[in-house]
Ligand binder design. Structure first.
Ligand code: OSB
Ligand code: MG
Length: 375
């Protein structure tokens, strides 16, 4: 039984080690939205709302998500009895459209409460089967092809199992070409365009086929599944959808229409674990491989991604990098680390997400805080 008595909303600032540039904007000083859920039994969980500071990825932003949690999400869950964590998602979905990242932050925190109460790891509660998950790195758009080659080379040497290159028109073909020329055919490369192209760029996008990429992520419209189907028919390379897959219905549409062959699962974008597991299972039944995306999360959000990526159909390395890729110092203990083979251990021997939050450090980094209580 879960009964959430209070929810503390907290914004902290954490500077990224390097600016992260994608086709639609850039991030330097991350505004990180953390939540603390307290259960009636005194158990506490930390979770993270992954909404960004501006609406350049999806419409939901940190400020909007904060409001949505306060006005609509928290009132539905505070003081309510949930037998199982599976019961939270239907309560948040009924007559309540959108705000998936706001919903996910609470829903996932409820799963963490349940894992602690049942004294099992979050991974195993979700149905995870892996003891380790493969890392990948998402490299922002670089100033020159040479700069990108250096980054990719260093990442491969560190052990990353997949390299994702952010692209946009003008910083695409030459960049990938340089990496292939310098680092060879074997390097596990993919690109992510974050909607920077349209079907007018069809001939241009076809040029990416020559590079043997694992996939091209979200080349077209952020909520499109129709034009991606037209594109996929013309490309040899697999299209992977990220932004467009905001629910199980969109994954079904992708399969029906042939809009892509791979899905990037981000639990925040999908409204939490319940829907993420549903999409994972649906894809498994339809031979669609999935991988776990990232949202430049702190170690807290990363814990949830590691647990989810331990499910069996996460067969492609995720955008899951160790803490040191992002931060001088993370807010968790121990930090997420990878071994020489580019693997991260899933903490299956520890209850819940398996890491501790440093409360004093979080307090020092806090720029706003608000507590919501059950009445
Ligand atoms: O498109 O996958 C994306 C970060 C913010 C917003 C969108 C995306 C990303 C990433 C970062 O690619 C992945 C990571 O957390 O390392
Ligand atoms: Mg993406």
């Amino acid at each position: 039984m879960i009964n959430i008595q209070s929810i503390t909303l907290r914004e902290i600032r954490l500077a990224l080690k390097e600016v992260f540039q994608i086709s639609s904007g850039s991030e330097a000083d991350r505004r990180i939205f953390l939540l603390q859920l307290k259960d009636a039994d005194g158990i506490e969980s930390w979770s993270e709302c992954v909404a960004g500071s501006s609406p350049n990825y999806l419409p939901e932003t940190i400020d909007v998500a904060w409001l949505a949690i306060k006005k609509w999400v928290a009132p539905r869950v505070l003081g309510r009895n949930f037998q199982n964590p599976e019961d939270v998602q239907p309560i948040l979905e009924k007559d309540f459209r959108g705000y998936n990242m706001a919903k996910a932050a609470i829903e996932m925190g409820a799963w963490e409460l349940a894992a602690q109460k049942r004294d099992v790891s979050l991974s195993r509660l979700l149905g995870g089967t892996r003891d380790q998950v493969a890392t990948g790195i998402s490299l922002g758009i670089q100033a020159s092809p040479e700069a990108l080659v250096q980054k990719v080379r260093a990442s491969l040497e560190e052990g990353y199992r997949k390299i994702k290159i952010k692209i946009k028109p003008g910083q695409d073909i030459d960049y990938v070409q340089a990496v292939r020329d310098e680092l060879g055919e074997e390097a596990p490369l993919m690109v992510d365009a974050n909607n920077a192209y349209s079907l007018n760029d069809l001939e241009h996008l076809k040029r990416l086929d020559q590079f043997g990429l694992i996939m091209i992520e979200q080349p077209l419209g952020w909520d499109d599944v129709v034009q991606h189907a037209t594109l996929q028919k013309q490309l040899k390379t697999s299209v992977c959808l990220d932004e467009s897959i905001t629910g199980l219905d969109k994954a079904q549409a992708m399969v029906t229409l042939g809009s892509g062959r791979i899905i990037n699962i981000k639990p925040g974008r999908l409204g939490g674990f319940q829907t993420s597991i549903a999409v994972h299972n649906f894809c498994q039944e339809h031979d669609i491989p999935v991988w776990c995306g990232g949202m430049l999360e702190s170690g807290v959000g990363r814990s949830y991604n590691v647990a989810l990526a331990s499910l069996p159909n996460f067969v492609i390395p995720g955008d899951i990098s160790p803490s040191a890729r992002y931060w001088e110092q993370d807010i968790i203990e121990p930090e997420w680390i990878m071994d020489k083979n580019g693997m991260i251990d899933v903490p299956v021997e520890r209850p819940g997400m398996g890491v501790k939050i440093d409360p004093d450090r979080v307090e020092n980094l806090t720029v706003r805080c608000e507590q919501l209580v059950s009445n």
